[in-house]
Design a protein around this ligand. Structure first.
Ligand code: AP5
Ligand code: MG
Ligand code: ZN
Length: 214
């Protein structure tokens, strides 16, 4: 099964993708995570993406579609894909169709996380992740069970994203409204869009998504 998690910055795409991976035989394909890894490794892609990401703007369609294509090539056909933060433009949606067809795969669900944008700034500015395994946390909503220790891997080092400041978040939201939200009708026409209330507790959102996946 291949699904897209769609929603503005802070909607919970990454949080839910990590939870689905733990429960189902699926893999999280986050273009944001791939780009951050490229920035960290100072690869050619990373050098091109760094400043764009810090401004909260979108990286080029060619770069992100190539990253997704490479990941799917490396993945077995029996592992489901959770697209997290991709596609984000009409051009990326068209590329995804072409890439999936070439890999003999098809999209089963597009799940839109419906959220109140005013609450998202608080979610984003409180976010941190484990520096070793990438598990996601929040200062208020999702703290590690033992303060300062990652639940998953036991690491005591955490990090915050450079684009998680109130000003950059506004640009990221504007990019979502202008370029990403308009791709929904394309999937609606195919009858594969489901909406989930993303304002509930993390476990409630997961239960709603599980209900859709069946
Ligand atoms: P990306 O990494 O995709 O960031 P984003 O879309 O802005 O989304 P976030 O990761 O901020 O939010 P999320 O929905 O994953 O929320 P999370 O689960 O962490 O992209 C970053 C940048 O990379 C882009 O700006 C762009 O430059 C570039 N890029 C990436 N993909 C691209 C593409 N396809 N094309 C072009 N450029 C691309 O949750 C947030 C916080 O809230 C967490 O702390 C979490 O614990 C908490 N939380 C989650 N759910 C709940 C809940 N239900 N209740 C309470 N708290 C919650
Ligand atoms: Mg994310
Ligand atoms: Zn960890």
């Amino acid at each position: 099964m291949d699904i897209i998690l769609l929603g503005p910055p802070g909607a919970g795409k990454g949080t839910q993708a990590q939870r689905l991976v733990a429960e189902h035989a699926m893999r999280q394909l986050s273009t944001g995570d791939m780009l951050r890894a490229a920035v960290k490794g100072a690869t050619p892609v990373g050098l091109e993406a760094k400043a764009v990401m810090e401004r909260g703007e979108l990286v080029s369609d060619e770069i992100v579609s190539a990253l997704i294509d490479a990941e799917l090539t490396a993945m077995g056909p029996d592992t489901g894909a959770i697209f997290d933060g991709y596609p984000r433009t009409a051009a990326q949606a068209a590329s995804l169709d072409e890439i999936l067809a070439r890999h003999g795969r098809k999209l089963d669900h597009v799940i839109e996380l419906e959220v109140n944008e005013d609450a998202l700034v608080e979610r984003i500015t409180g976010r941190f992740t484990c520096a070793r395994c990438g598990a996601g946390y929040h200062d208020v909503f999702n703290r590690p069970k033992v303060d300062g220790v990652c639940d998953v891997c036991g690491s005591t080092e955490f990090k915050r994203r450079p684009d998680d400041n109130a000003e950059t978040v506004r640009t990221r939201m504007a990019e979502y409204r202008a370029k990403t939200a308009p791709i929904l009708p394309l999937y609606e026409a195919r009858g594969i869009v489901s909406r989930v209330d993303g304002m509930g507790a993390i476990e409630e959102v997961t239960a709603a998504i599980d209900g859709i996946l069946g």
